[in-house]
Ligand binder design. Sequence first.
Ligand code: GCU
Length: 340
Amino acid sequence: ASLRQRDSSTAKLLAARRSQQHKLSGGGTKTVFKLAFNQTEDHPQYVAGVELGKKLEEATDGRYSIRVYPNEQLGGQADVVQNLSNGTVEMMWIAASILEGYNPDFVVFNLPYMFDSTEAQTQVLSDTDLLSDLYTSLEASKSITVLTGVNAGTRNVYNSKRPIRTPADMQGLKVRVQQSDSQVAMIEAMGATASPMNFGDVYSAMQTGVLDGAENNEAVYHSMKHDEVAKYYSYTRHLLMPDYLLINSKTLAGMDEADREALLGLLPEVQTAANDGMVEFANKSIAQSEAIGAQFNDDVDVAAFKALVAPQNLASVNQNDARIKLYEGVQAANQAHPAK
Ligand code: GCU
């Protein structure tokens, strides 16, 4: 049975390959990688992905390019990453927490109040020596390579019922989290009931009252129209979780060396473009949310929330040396770039 399975997945892989290769006029073929994205076309990661495709096409004389599929057209992140692993989708942007299901050590950067500032996070995500073991840890078993990591804003809690000032205000709220144990544990420690689900299902779940709220950065709160159905946005500032750009490892290994180097050489630009775009994206959306009645509340007892999650953070980091090493990297970055 396993052989048959393998044969049919190989056949699917070859079919997918055929459909995306076109003949180039000067001979050879053009390969277009599918890059899956779960948000809108105005998100900086969409723009950065499109730019990467153009530059890759130039750098490889047209042999490689990228098409970005926004709005969960290829599915939610938890499903798409399986398709990336089996090679039917070549690339994707993914929230860091989803990778905990494949290698639990990814958890360190996904813990609440881990990074003191965006700058500290950027420093860590630029430290290729610190990250190389983590980023290649899924290549042999899952054919997943992390190409780069980027800032994805600061996550805050929003809901349809009331502003959150203290942990007591979280009581009784059903709050959507990403599909990972760390995210469930986080929201439960903060006082609410956690409900893991795909990002694209959150709007209708809040609209129908299945959920009371969710947590995300201001830009996504507006671009996904969550501000229409959950008007209380409170600055719990509990999480700066990275997003990662992934590629199927066999796809990457299958490129000619010069083409692969061209792709890898473009990554620092992708990272900067996504990071820079994020700040502006968040700033301009706040006024737009306010215009339709959203209320932003910055009177939050952040120290109380920090105290509630501290014990589980410590327990999680202390699981093994790999995590402790990543944690030490974060601490050094936090010292260099403290909260403002
Ligand atoms: C952020 C992040 C996405 C993630 C989403 C979510 O918007 O950039 O990668 O999917 O949060 O909460 O699921």
